[in-house]
Structure formats: C-alpha cells, structure tokens
Design a protein around this ligand. Structure first.
Ligand code: SAH
Ligand code: SF4
Length: 409
C-alpha cells in the first residue's frame, strides 16, 4: 500500500517539476512514507526522519506514521501528511505544517496513478483503501480511515494503461479486497473485468477469511492469467482468540475455506500472516495455531509477535503483554514448524514444471536470477535473465527453502 502510494506521490511531484532520486543522501527533500502496524517499523520511520532532519534536509513524514504520530513528529518532520490528504501534497511541500484530516480526496490523488510513466514489469493497483474491521490489535482503521472502494472505471483505466505500457504482472491491493463494492460491482466482478483486459499475470491481496467467497475461487479457476495464489491471514488457530480479535471466523471455518480453495483451484498456493503472544494467549491457544498450521500446510507465512498499538482496542483492554521470553519461544516454535512444512513442500516441487516471471538477477553473481512461479514461490535459475521475462523451468533441486530450476524454454 505504501509502496503504491509512494509511486503515486513520485508521479505527482515529478510531473510538477520535482526531480526524483532514490539516493536520499543527495536529495534536498526526503519523504518517509512509514508503516505503524508494529512498533519496529514505526521506530525505524521516525529514526530515518530524524537522521535526515539532522542532516539539514526538508523532511516529509507521510503514511500511517504521519497519521498516528503527528504531534510527536514536529522535531523531525517539516511536513506531516496523512494518507487522506495526499492530494494536497504539492501545495504543502514548501510550506510545512501538519495535514492529517480525514479529508478523503483519495480519488483525486489516485488519478495521478492512472497515467504513470515510470513503471516496472510488476505493478500494484489499489482497489480500495481504509478498513472497517477494527480487529482488536490493529491500528489500520485509525490511520487509513473508513473502507472505501475506488471507482471501477478508474481501476480498469489504470489496468488498461499498465497493460499498454507492457506490464507483466498486476497485483490488486487493499486491506480487505474481498469486500470491494462499487456501484453494484463486487470483487469477483472486478477481478473478471481485470482478467479480460489481459495482463499476463494478476494477483490480489489481502483477502479476509470472513469475506472471501467461492465465486472468487471460480473466477480464479476460469482465467489462466489470474494466478493460483491466495494470501489469507489466519492470525491465530484458537477460535477463542479469533473471537477476542474480532476476526469473524472460527478455526474450522478457516480450514474449510482453504480446503475449498485448493479443491476448486488445483495447485493453489496459500500464504498467511500469523501472530503469536496476543495478550491472554495460553499454551493451549498457541498449540491450536500449530495444529492448524500443520493441517493446512501453508506454502509460506509471515509470523509476528503481538505488538501493542495505540489506539487499538486490545491496547486499552490489556495492560500487560505476555513475557518476552514466552513470546520469543512461541515465535521460534512457529517459525520452525512452518519452515519444516515449507521445506517438505518445496521438495515436492522437484521434477515439476513451472513458469517463472523473473524478478532480476543477483548483484553478486549476475549468472544467478530469481523468479516467481504461478503460486508466488521464488525459484533460482543459473542464468542471467532480465527482470520481467517469462521462462519455463523444471525444478531440479531444493537448498534450504529455495528451489532451483533448469530452463526448458
Ligand atoms: N489487512 C490485512 C493486513 C493488515 S497488517 C489483514 O487483515 O490481514 C498485516 C499483518 O500484520 C496482519 O495480518 C497481522 O498479522 C500483523 N499485525 C497487525 N497488527 C499487529 C500487531 N498489533 N501486532 C503484531 N502483528 C500485527
Ligand atoms: Fe487491520 Fe483487521 Fe483491517 Fe486487516 S482487516 S487492516 S488486520 S483491522
């Protein structure tokens, strides 16, 4: 989301006379578009702002860090601008000040994305912003505001533009893409319309287990350019905690959806987000997470230790977090469990054929390139290949969790 927004900001500023550099050390103005979902990235964003402020740069704090920490950023940022005010970025660049109203001119801002020139082989397209779910641990609804779907015409125009520019992969993004709804069009309708425009590869993220539907799986199955990959955050395998978190599904429902997805779309890979040490998580709750992980056999997972986030409801409800050593131990066990499953799954890829979309070659060794399978699994090939090319490979070996492929086309 931030990456996409940064790209749109860049388009907006460059179109209006600013010169872009990706080396902040030589820039006059440094924009830090920071995430606050967990404490660590939030601290990093503030440290980065401080570093460049001390170097005498004009600094701009953007994104959720601006929205959440506006009052504390005065010393490190000349401009503080929240995601709902990006449309006025140009006007406030020279002025300084704090702009964090929920003004909601997002459509005006995203218009800049529609004709963007500086594109990579793989691009994001925001389809909705904000979130209405208020999961107990999460800061997003407070920093990104209420859920809002972008106009279907704007999205399709952007996709058409990207396809004309030769993009190879488009990822539709939003905090909860399955609840997309615009003038009678649901997510499945949008997905189908995007598929018909014809980008070679389409992905979408993030799906919410409560809102994803069979109809979406059917669309994925019908269109060969929609990749068989689903990112479906589990958070925890304990139904008791899922309820506490206000996630809106049980452990059994989650398992059922993943089974259905794999049944309807053969070869579907499923990745997830999992959190450990949510306040009040017992050993028993945690063991249920491990059980679900083993049952579903995720293709990969992002795993986090709970981080208290003001003003989420869990922040106020629980005065204490679990002891750090307990959290770290559970996280370690979860990572090891996932790793074991992932290695087993990667080994099963040996002898099978996949089409890779190449991300680029290694800087250290140009004769080593990496690319992603249809199911979003990174594979290494021993050849120098430019980013954005498609190659067919057969997997010949797996080292750690990394499969190696031989090119067959
Ligand atoms: N909208 C998506 C993703 C939101 S943030 C969703 O609903 O899944 C990405 C991930 O960060 C979440 O899935 C969750 O696993 C993690 N996360 C969010 N808040 C967190 C917190 N307070 N502590 C630790 N992890 C958190
Ligand atoms: Fe946060 Fe839940 Fe919304 Fe995801 S669905 S952004 S976790 S509130």
């Amino acid at each position: 989301m931030n990456e996409y927004d940064s790209g749109v900001m860049k388009e907006m500023l460059v179109k209006n006379g600013f010169v872009y550099t990706d080396n902040p050390e030589i820039a006059d103005i440094v924009i830090v578009n920071g995430c606050v979902v967990r404490e660590k990235p939030e601290k990093k964003a503030i440290e980065t702002l401080r570093y460049f402020k001390e170097k005498g740069k004009f600094t701009v704090a953007a994104g959720c860090v601006a929205q959440k920490d506006k009052q504390n950023l005065k010393d490190v940022a000349d401009v503080v601008i929240g995601p709902m005010e990006y449309d006025i970025l140009l006007d406030v660049m020279g002025k300084g000040g704090i702009y964090t109203d929920f003004a909601d001119y997002r459509d005006r801002f995203y218009k800049y994305a529609q004709n963007r020139k500086d594109i990579s082989f793989s691009e994001y397209v925001t389809i909705m912003t904000g979130c209405d779910n208020f999961c107990s641990y999460c800061v997003v609804p407070f920093t990104r505001g209420r859920e809002k779907s972008r106009s279907i015409d704007d999205i399709l125009a952007e996709v058409e533009h990207l396809v004309r520019m030769g993009v190879k992969e488009i990822t539709l993004i939003g905090q909860n893409v399955n609840s997309y709804f615009y003038e009678g069009f649901e997510f499945k309708d949008l997905l189908e319309k995007v598929a018909l425009i014809g980008p070679p590869r389409i992905r979408f993220t993030t799906s919410h287990p409560r809102d994803i539907s069979i109809a979406v799986f059917d669309v994925i199955k019908r269109y060969s350019n929609i990749m068989p990959w689903l990112h479906l955050p589990l958070q925890t395998g304990s139904t008791r905690l899922l309820k506490e978190m206000k996630r809106g599904y049980t452990k059994e429902e989650f398992v059922y959806i993943t089974r259905l997805a794999r049944k309807i779309v053969p070869g579907m890979t499923i990745s997830t987000d999992i959190m450990v040490a949510y306040p009040s998580e017992t050993e028993e709750d945690f063991e249920q997470t491990i059980e679900v992980v083993k049952e579903i056999e995720f293709d990969y997972a992002y795993m986090f230790i709970y981080s208290p986030r003001k003003p989420s409801s869990a922040f106020y409800r629980y005065k204490k977090t679990l002891p750090r050593d307990v959290a770290v131990k559970r996280h370690r066990k979860l990572v090891d469990t996932v790793q074991e499953i992932v290695i087993k799954k990667r080994r099963k890829m040996i002898g099978k054929r996949y089409t890779l979309l190449i991300d680029g070659h290694s800087k250290k060794d140009p004769n080593v390139s990496r690319g992603k399978t249809e199911g979003n699994i990174t594979v290494v090939v021993n050849k120098k290949l430019p980013a954005g090319t498609f190659v067919d490979v057969v997997i010949t070996d797996v080292k750690g969790v990394t499969p190696f492929g031989n090119i067959i086309s």
